[in-house]
Ligand binder design. Structure first.
Ligand code: PEP
Length: 656
């Protein structure tokens, strides 16, 4: 199942609910382990860089639906502030008037963390009213809380349901793709290494994966239930009497599917976990009645290691012994080493979350396996072959995209014009929900205009860009200079630069790449001359310009790029292509992009039209299915006419 990704989300000027899993351990009022915080940072950075207003939310611990000062998220807000280097606001509750007014006063790029969602009973109960209250704070929903995705709680399920959909964050995306890679068409031989206390927790995982794996290696306390099913003595080891038959059934299933099921051949035993000094290793068929098995033995480790090293894919879930108590951590650590060496040899190695993730981290091997999941229950759900319940509301309703409305001021405007323009927009309220609006003033006005524009919900960009980041290039403007001036967009290849100032396809491609790599968002302008149109060469010319810019470009996505089709004969002339003609060329452009990069990117790429767009023709042009916005020159100079054009736009769904 594919989900709309936050990478493609249009968040500029929008309030975004970012549900993360910030359920981190605290010690003396401080975050003791920030793994889960750092795991969601790519999504947070993406939202901040995209000009979103981030409303971050999470649960922490089990406060039982009531406020509990010990489980406040304040220390987490402090840690995130420390990491980002900017203040993160903190809301003393997650819903209510106070929170609403705090969120309403925020500016793009700011982050607020709501207080622990589980201080409210409605969260775990997936209460509709509570979900609606959370949803009313924001415009866009993003789920990056992988470790909570198996929970049908209000912030996970009710909110996206109330909002008609949402996006997955980059952590959820990474987790899903790691599990998909390891479980559907994995590289053979495939080894499943299972451990942990209970067979009953993992039966469905084994049943789901046995038909797909070559080796099933069983360690941890659950191995004793299997050994008992074989009729062996297990002494005082942890045993699940109720699951002995199940273990027998799993062994039969493995046999009939041709999966090699390997149980420990030796075991480390001690009278109890409190007496590690009395630990000895015995054959698993000779376990004494008065001792408990607390780890698998060295011979078993060697056997498991041999099979792991021959594998193309290894999936690990659950520790091999009581790894919290040395020396019973030995086999678990050895398995972490094995996976790390197998990864080095080229195997794909996936560590399910929870205890196995902790074990790999403690063994210092978290960075040397292919992927360590941040979720325990959620990773088990995926290994069972089930869907994550929190993703249901996200799957069917990819959120609509906003059209892009650009205003290219060329060499017009001065500071007083810029100020009064913005004042008029402010009074009229830019309908930022209906469109993403970007002004491209002259470079000298950019820094003056950018900040007040942001406050009005309008973004800014530069009319041109240079492809070098620095150096002796008199008069040129680098990507960094644009960003410093507050611009986040740029135009590349405007027809006046191509045909009046002599820019060619190669220069345009270099400029586009430099700007996008820097993190700016670009509008690639393409279009044919009148004589080319009259010679029936429109398709050939426009295709050539699109391919020259995108063919070798690996850093674009539908968020950071838009293509403007601007027939040169229509720019500033009062002549426009008919709406049907514009739509036809836009459809062709989408097809060429699809050939280059695939359907998903092509379908959500905004292709906008430019060339004498005025209030009187904007509606017809913007109503065309392949026209996802407009680039306006002359009519963008007056706030009133520009506003009229903006009012013609509507969010749109793209369909293949
Ligand atoms: C432009 O400069 O990109 C443009 C489309 O101008 P106009 O709207 O004035 O034709």
């Amino acid at each position: 199942m594919r989900y709309a990704s936050v990478r493609d989300a249009d968040v500029a000027g929008r309030r975004v609910f970012l549900r993360a899993d910030l359920n981190v351990p605290l010690k003396n009022g401080k975050v003791a382990d920030d793994t889960r915080i750092t795991a969601m940072l790519p999504t947070l950075h993406r939202l901040i860089a995209g000009g979103g207003i981030v409303v971050l939310a999470s649960h922490l611990g089990r406060p039982g639906g009531r406020p509990d000062p010990e489980l406040s998220l304040v220390p987490v807000a402090r840690r995130i502030s420390g990491i980002l280097g900017v203040p993160v606001l903190f809301a003393p509750d997650c819903v209510g008037e106070r929170v609403k007014s705090m969120v309403a006063g925020m500016r793009p790029g700011q982050v607020i963390l709501l207080e622990n969602l589980r201080f409210r009973e409605g969260e775990k109960a997936n209460d509709r009213e509570f979900a609606r209250k959370l949803a009313s704070l924001v415009d866009v929903y993003v789920n990056d809380a992988f470790a909570t995705c198996h929970r049908k709680h209000a912030s996970m399920h009710g909110v996206p349901e109330a909002m008609g959909g949402g996006y997955i964050g980059m952590l959820v995306e990474k987790e899903l793709s790691a599990f998909e890679k390891a479980t559907t068409e994995p590289e053979a031989p495939v080894t499943l290494l299972m451990g942990g206390a209970k067979v009953s927790d993992k039966v469905e995982v084994m049943e789901n994966l046995i038909p797909r794996v070559d080796n099933l290696l069983v360690g941890g306390a659950m191995a004793f239930t299997f050994l008992r099913a074989k009729g062996l003595e297990v002494g005082r080891s942890l045993l699940e009497e109720d699951s002995v038959d199940t273990a027998g059934r799993i062994m039969e299933m493995a046999e009939s599917e041709g999966t090699r099921l390997v149980l420990p051949s030796d075991v480390v035993v001690a009278p109890s976990a409190e007496e590690p000094s009395r630990a000895t290793t015995v054959d698993s068929s000779e376990m004494p009645e008065d001792a408990a098995g607390l780890d698998v033995g060295e011979r078993t480790v060697e056997e498991f290691d041999g099979l792991i090293m021959e594998s193309g894919t290894v999936i690990w879930n659950g520790p091999m012994g009581m790894f919290e108590v040395p020396p019973f951590d030995k086999a678990t650590r050895a398995m972490a080493e094995s996976l790390s060496r197998a990864t080095e040899k080229g195997a794909t190695t996936l560590v399910g979350g929870g205890d196995s993730a902790r074990a790999v981290a403690e063994a210092g091997r978290a960075d040397s396996v292919s992927f360590v999941s941040t979720g325990g229950g959620a990773s088990l759900t995926l290994l069972k072959g089930e869907q994550l319940v929190a993703l249901h509301p996200l799957s069917e309703n990819p959120p609509p995209l906003r059209p892009l409305i650009g205003g290219n001021w060329k060499m017009n405007g001065d500071p007083s014009h810029a100020r009064s323009f913005l004042r008029s927009l402010d009074e009229e309220m830019v309908p930022s929900e209906a469109a993403e609006v970007v002004l491209f003033p002259s470079f000298t006005l950019l820094s003056e205009l950018s900040r007040p524009a942001w406050e009005t919900g309008v973004q800014t960009g530069a009319q041109d860009i240079y492809y070098e980041l620095q150096g002796a290039y008199t008069g040129e403007v680098s990507p960094g200079m644009i960003a410093d001036a507050g611009g986040c967009w740029f135009l590349a290849g405007h027809s006046e630069r191509r045909h009046v100032l002599g820019e060619n396809d190669e220069t345009v491609a270099r400029k586009l790449e430099a700007g996008l790599r820097y993190g700016l968002r670009g509008v690639l302008c393409v279009g044919e001359l009148l004589e080319e149109r009259e010679a029936d060469r429109t398709e050939e010319v426009v295709r050539g310009q699109v391919l020259a810019a995108l063919e070798n470009l690996d850093c674009w996505n539908p968020f950071n790029l838009a293509i403007a089709y601007e027939p040169v004969w229509a720019i500033g002339t009062g002549k426009t292509a008919t709406a049907e003609e514009a739509n036809r060329v836009h459809g062709l452009i989408r097809g060429w992009v699809e050939e280059l990069t695939g359907t998903r990117e092509a379908l959500s790429l905004r292709i906008i039209y430019g060339g004498s767009v005025k209030p009187k023709n904007a509606f017809e042009i913007l109503s065309q299915p392949h026209v996802n916005g407009v680039l306006v020159g002359g009519a963008s100079l007056e706030a009133e006419s520009f506003m009229e054009i903006i009012r013609c736009s509507r969010p749109f769904h793209l369909r293949s």
